[in-house]
Design a protein around this ligand. Sequence first.
Ligand code: AKG
Length: 232
Amino acid sequence: MLTPEEVAQYHETGQVTPALRLDLDVISAIEEKVEALFAKRTDFAELDLADSLVEIDRSWIEFGKIPEILDSVEQLLGENLIVWAMECFRKKGERSKVVPWHQDGCYWPIRPLESCTVWIALDHVTPENGCMRIIPGSHKGRRLLTHGITEGDHVNLRQTVAADEMPDVEPVDIVLEPGMISFHDVYTVHGSAPNNSGTRRAGLSVRYMPSSSYYDRQLALELPRAPSGSRH
Ligand SMILES: O=C(O)CCC(=O)C(=O)O
């Protein structure tokens, strides 16, 4: 469970890294599946991003049902939750991709737009290997900022907050150890730099929404997709 201070921090900044840590056995189990998948799927390895994990293999859903995580997300979104997507951002350590500044909500046809991402660290994640960075407080207006498209194969997501919409706030690095978890809001501006450190930087993103929201399949056809074709 999150402490009242951790819940307050999530609402204040749009992100929290609680004291909660997953058992390293769970991290090893995730890691094993991640490595097997990236070994098989060169398209994912090239992009540093694997998506539609549950569609590929139903057993991924088990990592969305970890009781400590469910209890924590319940404190943020309410008690009726849907795990609606799961992706892995695995930067290999060389020629890795940039995740441009974005709000997740600009990709997602969820209405009313509410979602929380749980990013489970599989590695030591630091500024040197391209940790996630967030703009604190950027979620507060509950407004989707204008995004433009960043072209090029140096990015694995293309949507980028327009320069004149970018909040004038210092980014915060989300530094994590294996088993630590970051929770971020659907409106929080975040991104990450490339990883040329020579060592892997991987995290599993599990996306939750409250069951009071729905996935609008018509809107899904109209919203832009990530280069992988994913609904990141
Ligand atoms: O892993 C990263 O660098 C970015 C992750 C991200 O954008 C997300 O999980 O929403």
